[in-house]
Write a protein of this length. Structure first.
Length: 138
C-alpha cells in the first residue's frame, strides 16, 4: 500500500467512489488550494483507483494553538480490515505532529463501531464528553 497526498482535482475525482457524494470540481479545487486542508489517498497495486482516503483540516484558536481536525476517513469495502484506515489516520497524525499541532480530533456517528475501532487502533480515545449540535443552512 502507498499513501500519497492528493495534489490535483483529477486525483480527487479518481477517489469519487469513496466519497458520500459526487466530487464537484470547484469544491475539490478550493479544498486542495486552501491553506491547512489535507487529503491523503491510499493506493493498492491490485486496484485501478484509490482504495481509501483521509482528510484533515488544521484549526487554530488564539488561546489554544493549532490542532488537526480529522474531517473524514473512508476505505472501500473490499479493502477494509487490512490496516488501510489505521495507516491513513497515522499519516494524518504524523502530519499534524510535523506541523506542530498539539493534538487531533474527530467526530464519530453514534454506533459507528468500525470507525471507532480504526481510531482506537491508532491510540485515539473516546472521552465521552461531546454532543454534536448542527445547523442546516440549505
Amino acid at each position: 500500500m502507498e499513501i500519497r497526498r492528493a495534489a490535483t482535482v483529477a486525483e480527487v475525482a479518481a477517489a469519487e467512489h469513496l466519497f458520500d457524494n459526487p466530487v464537484r470540481t470547484e469544491w475539490a479545487e478550493r479544498f486542495l488550494t486552501a491553506t491547512g486542508h489535507h487529503l491523503f489517498l491510499a493506493h493498492e497495486d491490485d486496484a485501478d483507483a484509490p482504495v481509501g482516503f483521509v482528510s484533515g483540516i488544521e484549526t487554530i484558536h488564539p488561546d489554544k494553538g493549532t490542532e488537526m481536525f480529522l474531517y473524514e476517513l473512508a476505505v472501500a469495502e473490499p479493502y477494509r480490515r487490512r490496516g488501510i484506515g489505521r495507516a491513513l489516520v497515522e499519516r494524518l497524525a504524523a502530519l499534524g505532529r510535523e506541523l506542530g499541532c498539539y493534538g487531533m480530533w474527530v467526530l464519530v456517528d453514534a454506533g459507528n463501531d468500525v470507525a471507532l475501532a480504526a481510531y482506537r487502533s491508532t491510540g485515539g480515545k473516546d472521552d465521552g464528553t461531546c454532543n454534536v449540535v448542527t445547523w442546516d443552512f440549505t
